[in-house]
Design a protein. Structure first.
Length: 403
């Protein structure tokens, strides 16, 4: 049997290895358009490769897979994060689980992951062709024809693992199949906020905020980082993932609400301020301990309260303004920024085209898909690579089971 895998990324290489292990007699060829296989994996996690997550404390997968949670729930039963950790450790890669539940190689070197995959592919006899871009794919008899350069190649089984493509043209090689595609938009980004006062606090971290877009149900929690262009950090990245399509539709212009008070509502903040107002200290010097003095000074300014005011002299209107600023401080976003070069694509091959049991296309049963090319994507923390490993594994399993 001749199998072609298009895309030597995380999902494609993992699938090739797992397939060769199950079907050593199969001829498995991986086509990679770039000069180097696994180029993206090499730069994941800032070069350290956050290859999965412990998934501890995650009860609702839609919080980590805004698109594709149901499919991932099904697939993770067969190749779970724990299976994934065992897989890597069996191949000699020692792993560490950080306090934030992200999993990295102990070496803190993404090249260990790349090297391990390439070594296994070599040992198992996977054929890897680089500078080999698939220009077009079409059904041919019971198999598929792939056009690479000026050559047409025939295969019995095809696996598409071409990763994210922020523009629709990235998927044009699939045009002859007339697949339903969810229009691709970027996910996981920071947001521009044109507010000089906020930008002047660049580098400040608020350890636990809630962020939301006004008038929507999109909200996220976690650390927030103020930057020279606006806001970033885990809370914003998550929010950008949840609202990826909604934001793209309005050109990233939205009203961002920040609750600086670890998620406390107005009543709870009111009670906290009651205790502060029993003191005659200056409002500038006495503030919630989780907010830095610089950040607090900005919040007082935004609430239009003088720093030289005393807590016990705060009037009702000032108090209400302060509560509103602390619980729903509103900023206007006017664009997005890539965060450390990291992004994923929301959208891709529609899940309606995919048989969730096999990851083959419903209309093309010998054509399989895995990874970011599908309409599955996760938040930061190792969830995207886990999806690539799990889907690559599932495709290998399906092909072997069918042949
Ligand atoms: C800078 C950065 C850091 C990241 N860090 C993390 C992290 O730490 N943890 C995490 O979980 N996720 C991370 N991600 C996301 C993660 O890397 C991807 O979700 C994951 O690599 C997707 O795997 P994939 O196999 O689907 O696609 P990819 O790994 O992108 O591989 C797809 C491959 O297909 C090739 N290709 C595309 N079109 C064709 C074609 N027509 N013909 C032939 N080849 C083609 C591409 O060149 C590429 O090599 C990061 C992403 C970026 C950009």
């Amino acid at each position: 049997m001749r199998v072609a895998i298009i895309g030597a990324g995380a999902a494609g290489c993992f699938c090739a290895i797992e397939l060769k292990r199950r079907m050593p007699e199969a001829e498995v060829t991986v086509f990679e358009r770039g000069r180097r296989p696994l180029a993206k994996v090499a730069v994941t996690g800032g070069g350290r490769c956050n290859l999965t997550n412990s998934f501890r404390g995650i009860s609702d997968l839609s919080k980590v897979y805004p698109r594709g949670a149901r499919l991932m729930e099904r697939l993770l039963r067969h190749f779970s994060p724990e299976d994934c950790r065992r897989w890597w450790e069996r191949e000699g890669v020692r792993l560490v689980i950080q306090e934030d539940e992200c999993v990295f190689p102990q070496s803190q070197d993404a090249m260990e992951i790349v090297g391990t995959l390439l070594r296994l592919m070599r040992q198992l006899g996977v054929r890897l062709l680089t500078n080999a871009k698939a220009e077009q794919v079409k059904p041919q008899g019971v198999g598929y024809e792939i056009i690479v350069g000026n050559e047409a190649h025939l295969y019995d089984v095809l696996v598409v693992t071409t990763g994210g493509a922020p523009r629709r043209q990235g998927l044009s090689f699939l045009d002859p199949l007339d697949l339903r595609l969810e229009s691709p938009v970027p996910s996981l980004f920071a947001l521009n906020v044109d507010d000089k006062r906020l930008q002047s606090l660049s580098g400040t971290v608020a350890a636990s905020v809630s962020v939301a877009f006004a008038g929507t149900r999109f909200c996220a929690e976690g650390p927030l980082l103020l930057t020279h262009f606006g806001v970033s950090g885990p809370a914003i990245l998550r929010l950008s993932s949840y609202a990826a399509r909604w934001l793209a539709e309005r050109d990233y212009r939205a009203a961002l609400l920040i609750n600086w008070m670890e998620g406390r509502d107005e009543q709870e903040v009111g009670r906290l301020l009651d205790s502060f107002q029993r003191s005659d200290r200056l409002v500038a010097n006495h503030h919630p301990e989780w907010l830095s003095s610089r950040l607090w000074a900005m919040l007082l300014e935004r609430a239009n309260i003088s720093a030289s005011q005393r807590w016990d002299a705060l009037n009702k209107r000032e108090r209400n303004r302060l509560i509103a600023t602390l619980t729903a401080d509103t900023y206007h976003t006017d664009g997005r920024r890539t965060y450390k070069g990291e992004f994923v694509t929301a959208g891709g091959i529609s899940l309606r085209e995919i048989d969730p049991n096999t990851l083959s296309l419903k209309r093309f049963p010998r054509l399989f898909v895995a990874g970011e090319v599908t309409d599955v994507d996760g938040v930061t923390g190792g969830f995207n690579l886990q999806a690539a490993w799990t889907m690559g594994w599932a495709v290998a399993q399906s092909i072997a089971a069918q042949n």
